[in-house]
Design a binder for this molecule. Structure first.
Ligand SMILES: *Cc1c(COP(=O)(O)O)cnc(C)c1O
Length: 423
């Protein structure tokens, strides 16, 4: 690190030269972990570049449309680019899908009918789905209120899917096997593509017709393949996470088999209309460009997560994953000692943000979450967690989930600022 950097960080942020040195030393021990990330990034960049070229993306695809959006060539081309890059038949990529949860709900309501069972095989799904499924609250229109059943298989205590338990949990009316790839807000490992492949094979062997849906949030471009390339029918994710590259302003996607995407499109708009409507007046340039940037931005975020893992582990905190363990999402879990320390950490990440750095986040009752949550997100796009952000439910064992970072350098600086505030 240049002397001018150390001096600047010390003057402007109160980062001591010792902390700057500590972080620079930790960085040196991450070299081989970084180079693996770089290799994956290079492949994914080639894959996305080729998809843009093969679909002959041109400036006219960036234009907006109005009204019904019939023959919206930008929208349709964007969807073909996603499908091609993810190695599947079809995709819906829409700014009108407001979040990852919205997209996941579309997959559930689009693919399940009354009397069917949804079987989650990675334990309890992400918090925001609880009311959607009907596990908590009395939300009108939940899966439960439509008579759609729910079953759950816990992850093995050592991590990973309990395949034999899954196979015996499948009933005649089980019509969907549901997998969450990322750790979300749970102290557990994310799933590797190889592991998802094994499960898909095992499930298909006994039920070739099973609809396998993967919550792919935070997982895109962390490996060279996506779950739809190893047997899943549908993957679902948010555009203000990995595949939006920090540039897409809103939206979410679903990608997979033609049949499943068609069913989901009927739920997205209306039966009989499906994917044929949906305009977006401000145009699609940011979605194309964001997707082009995504492999690189994901790699930046993962390198930042690796550095954080190394530094906080060296300081004696429990971290997951360790800096040199494989990564299948962009999240770094760090276990703090108290709710005060947890809150202070999230506040320091906010203070290190490019936007809203002068405001202080506090724990609050967020819609869809069971505990109070603190969210540090000083982002250009509201709530975008491909940008550097830290979230934590205020509940023991006081784990902060750090993710994102449009540039590795920013994450590194933020870590130094956080260390200064903690010590
Ligand atoms: C973020 C996330 C969701 C939900 O996404 P929102 O866009 O916040 O609605 C679902 N599952 C996982 C694993 C996530 O990380």
């Amino acid at each position: 690190m240049l002397d001018i950097s150390k001096q600047f960080l010390s003057e402007k942020y109160g980062v001591s030269p010792e902390i700057a040195q500590e972080v620079s030393n930790a960085e040196l021990t991450c070299t081989s972990a970084f180079s693996r990330v770089q290799e994956i990034c290079e492949f994914n960049q080639a894959k996305v570049l080729h998809a843009l070229q093969a679909e002959q993306v041109a400036v006219r695809h960036f234009s907006g449309t109005t009204g019904y959006g019939y023959d919206d060539i930008g929208r349709d081309t964007l969807e073909r680019v996603f499908a091609r890059a993810f190695g599947c038949e079809d995709a819906l990529v829409r700014p009108q899908i407001s979040s990852g949860t919205h997209a996941l709900a579309l997959s559930l309501f689009g693919l399940l009918m009354p009397g069917d069972q949804m079987l989650s095989i990675t334990g309890k799904p992400y918090d925001t789905l609880e009311e959607c499924i009907g596990l908590s609250g009395e939300a009108w229109g939940s899966l439960k209120s439509y008579g759609i059943e729910y079953g759950q298989v816990e992850l093995l205590s050592k991590g990973g899917i309990d395949i034999s338990a899954v196979l015996s949990a499948i009933q005649n009316n089980t019509r969907m096997v549901y997998i969450q790839r990322s750790r979300g807000y749970a102290w557990r490992d994310s799933l590797s593509i190889d592991e998802i492949e094994l499960v898909c094979l095992a499930v298909r062997k006994i039920r070739p017709d099973m609809q396998i849906v993967v919550d792919n949030c935070y997982g895109e471009f962390t490996d060279t393949r996506e779950p739809v390339q190893v047997g899943a029918d549908v993957i679902v994710g948010s555009l203000i996470k990995n595949p939006g590259g920090g540039i897409a302003p809103t939206g979410a996607y679903l990608a997979g088999t033609k049949r499943c995407i068609e069913k989901i499109a009927n739920r997205l708009t209306s039966p009989g209309i499906g994917r044929e409507v949906g305009s977006w007046a401000s145009g699609y340039a940011t979605f194309f460009q964001g997707f082009f940037m995504a492999p690189h931005v994901v790699a930046q975020a993962i390198k930042g997560a690796i550095l954080a893992a190394k530094i906080f582990a060296d300081r004696g905190f429990r971290v997951m994953p360790l800096h040199n363990q494989p990564r299948n999402d962009i999240i770094q879990a760090i276990n703090f000692d108290s709710s005060d320390q947890l809150t202070a950490f999230c506040q320091s990440i906010q203070a290190a943000s490019p936007v809203d750095s002068h405001v202080t986040p506090y724990p609050w009752d967020m819609p869809g979450y069971q505990h109070q949550v603190i969210m540090a997100a000083g982002a250009f796009v509201q709530g975008a967690s491909i940008e550097l952000s830290a979230d934590a439910p205020i509940v023991e064992p006081y784990v902060a989930y750090l993710q994102g970072g449009l540039t590795y350098e920013h994450v590194k600086i933020a870590i130094m600022i956080a260390l200064s505030k903690l010590s």
